[in-house]
Write a protein that binds this ligand. Structure first.
Ligand code: DOR
Length: 436
């Protein structure tokens, strides 16, 4: 391992929502930690590599609470190496990977595999999420306590719902004791069965089988009720409907310990996109793209704090898999390299959220939910840092991910990460991975 070079980030605007900081300041990094953060650092600095951040924003390294890496099992789609490289290009310094690999990460050996591979191959921090149930089959709890001891930060059967309410209840109770969140993929599988897109006018027009919004909302309501019963920590993944937002808003008002995330597609696209794109399967995601009213409600939920985080829900699938008829193509789109520009373009530049609030949904808030000592630029913290050029505009074209299944290809977006630093080491510069 090469020794860490000290770094000095000069002339940038530091945006650190965890410490309510938004000011011109320099940052000195020594031995992988933030040593100083103040205006005009000249003295008391040992030899350091200088990064000029003039005209740019310096934020805590972005944290993705919801990533799908495909290793083990589908290394043809994504490996820990390529997924973490995509993360670094997108400005993420920590990603939390979902357990729906093959085999499912439902045991200590699986968790150890992810940590060991990430240590060897990964270029950003990887924190595994363990399965709720064995093989994510929804029948029997996985070895959650042992996986927690091995380092998981949450549990989830994401990709599939836990249909049995009693099992979900036990998972919430158990995780309350372990102090980790249960991340719920809210979908009533009977209602959504064989569905391809949002149920409504467009699905009827296109002749595609619909997934009603209620498939999500019923489970959001159920899990909030179970959260109230158990007083466990519930985190709702990929919120996509207006009524889900209302249910979460109401639960929070009643003091229930629920948190929530959405993904960029749910505030950037509607089900119209399936028609406009002429059945492009890169519009097929689960939950499906909804309507304009839902998009507006998601934006309001982000603005008033009902939705705590924005996650990539990076879900790579091969072109060969996506280039099948709509019914057969898998659900999911890649997101690590488009999340930040979609947030800047559609949320910050549209004045839905201030830059600080938007950054907190990508840093401090996910860190708080997972109990991580990250997402801050406080002195003494790990030097995980992202530098953003808010004025950089370019069309989405190439990806570091092994897969290209994005509905945003060709779209001109603004606000990209230009430097990604992990533990004081420069990993990405101007879109290129520079360190391994
Ligand atoms: O669209 C999706 N793709 N939604 C999920 O919940 C799972 C994911 C995947 O793993 O491909």
């Amino acid at each position: 391992m090469e020794a860490n070079v000290n770094l000095l980030i000069l002339n940038g605007t530091v945006c650190d929502p965890a410490n309510r900081t938004y000011k011109k300041a320099d940052i000195f990094i020594e031995n992988g930690k933030i040593k100083k953060c103040s205006p005009r650092i000249y003295s008391g600095v040992n030899e350091a590599k200088i990064i000029d951040a003039k005209g740019k924003i310096v934020v805590p390294g972005l944290i993705d609470i919801h990533t799908h890496l495909r290793e083990p099992g589908r290394e043809d789609e994504e490996t820990i190496r390529t997924g973490t490289s995509a993360a670094a290009v997108g400005g993420f310094t920590t990603i939390c990977c979902m357990p729906n690999t093959n085999p499912v990460i439902d045991s200590v050996s699986g968790v150890k595999f992810v940590f060991a591979t990430a240590h060897q191959e990964g270029v950003v921090n990887v924190l595994p999420i363990g399965a709720i149930t064995k093989k994510s089959e929804g029948l029997e709890l996985a070895e959650i306590g042992k996986m927690k001891n091995a380092g998981i930060v949450a549990i989830s059967d994401d990709g599939k719902p836990v249909m049995n309410a009693n099992i979900m209840r036990r998972a919430l109770e158990y995780c309350k004791m372990l102090d980790i969140p249960v991340i719920s993929h809210c979908e009533d599988a009977n209602l959504s069965a064989l569905g391809e897109m949002n149920e409504g006018y467009i699905s009827t027009l296109l002749g595609l089988k619909g997934i009603p919004k209620q498939a999500e909302e019923i489970m959001v309501a159920r899990d909030i009720a179970l959260c109230e019963l158990t007083e466990g920590k519930l985190h709702i993944a990929h919120v996509s409907t207006a009524h889900s937002v209302e249910l979460i808003r109401d639960a929070k008002k009643r003091g229930i310990k629920v948190t929530a995330e959405t993904a960029p597609q749910y505030f950037s696209l509607t089900d119209e996109e399936v028609k406009i794109s002429n059945y492009n399967t890169n519009t097929k995601v689960n939950p499906p793209l909804r309507t304009k009213e839902d998009v507006n409600a998601i934006l309001r939920g982000l603005a008033d704090g009902t939705i705590d985080c924005i996650a990539s829900d990076h879900a790579p699938h091969l072109i060969e898999e996506k280039e099948q008829e709509y019914k057969i193509a898998p659900f999911g789109i890649i997101g690590l390299e488009t999340t930040l520009p979609l947030v800047i373009t559609n949320i910050v530049n549209e004045k839905i959220l201030s830059l600080s609030s938007a950054i907190s949904k990508l840093t401090y808030n996910p860190a708080k939910i997972l109990g991580l000592e990250k997402g801050t630029l406080a002195v003494g913290s790990d030097a995980d840092i992202t530098i953003i050029d808010l004025n950089k505009t370019k069309p989405i074209q190439k990806f570091e991910s092994k897969c290209k299944n994005s509905p945003f290809i060709g779209m001109k977006l603004t606000g990209f990460a230009t430097t990604t630093i992990v533990a004081g080491k420069i990993i990405m510069e101007d879109g290129n991975i520079v360190s391994t």
